[in-house]
Design a protein around this ligand. Sequence first.
Ligand SMILES: *Cc1c(COP(=O)(O)O)cnc(C)c1O
Length: 382
Amino acid sequence: MTDAAAFAPIPFIDLGAQRRRLGAAVDEAILKVVNHGAYIMGPEVFALEKALTGFCGAKHAVSCSSGTDALALILMAKGVKPGDAVLCPAFTFAATAEVVAWLGASPVFVDVDAQTFNIDRASLVQGLATAKAAGLNPVGVIAVDLFGQAADYDAVEPFCAENGLWLLDDAAQSFGGSYKGRKIGTIGMATATSFFPAKPLGCYGDGGAVFTDDDGLADIIRSLRIHGQNNEDKYDNQRIGMTGRMDTIQAAVLIEKLKIFDDEIAARNVVAARYNEALASLVDVPRVADGLVSVWAQYTIRLRGRDRTAFAAKLKAQGVPTAIYYPRPLHQQTAYRHYPVAGNGLPVSDRLAGDVISLPMHPYLDAALQDRVVESVRAALA
Ligand SMILES: *Cc1c(COP(=O)(O)O)cnc(C)c1O
């Protein structure tokens, strides 16, 4: 390695490497759409939906404009309204709770497990009590599969069934993974995912999808994404919907990227295993529960009391970028502070926000580059 290579900054996510691998395929797919001109609801949109159902095994895939809109479309289809409560974790991206608030309903924040970063069953029980005590009508749970690993569905599913709540999987970070042999996209009433460029399966702009086995729900969502139009008579809008479609060009990009996605997931798991082996003795490394396949949307370690700002600065000086997902849990943010939280607060979410940090993670992080990251982590902790 030359000195220049030794200090060249490492990308946090290397979409350029993926583009080189894909070669002309994506460019040609885009050009095809540009030439055929069906920019909205063109043939690639339906071809993508078919490919997605084939990939994950869900009966329906409904593509849409973003992961946030995928969540919103599901809540709209369920008729979520003011007075309703939806339980969701506080340690997540804002969109998870934002869509609940859009509809005038109340997110009720619950805590997460310190090992998996995902929703904690005991806190769900407390959150349900909190919602009822606040005079709200609990209708459902949005479980998030944070950083690419599925939530604890063996605990969450019976909780929902026992309490008459629907289960929505926010799989924006986990599409492509699986839970004990069940593919993400087939768990709960419905699943929402995101194709934002930095997600494990990303397009070249905004995009998302809803998955469900429920024919009626899929029909309503197909209508809602086009202003609530009647799927048979488009001049009779049946309900209040939105501009929720995926652009044909984005669908064309995703069709090409889906072809290499399984291989990329395998590569992500190789990278994660190398990190775990090299770093387990130095920091708290992420653990995937038995029987689960993570897609490693993030590789997130915990620094347990060490100075995170100084740690990040030392890595940056070596050309190693880091990111913090998430420095503030939702119940501590201005727009969400007034919503109820389970129990007497969410101590695990608060603690994680103070000591997590994510390292570069993508399928094209080769062993030499990864060694540089590991060496920088080791030096920063020494
Ligand atoms: C990215 C993300 C979303 C939102 O997806 P967009 O496509 O950016 O709208 C929702 N939930 C989680 C957990 C996410 O990480």
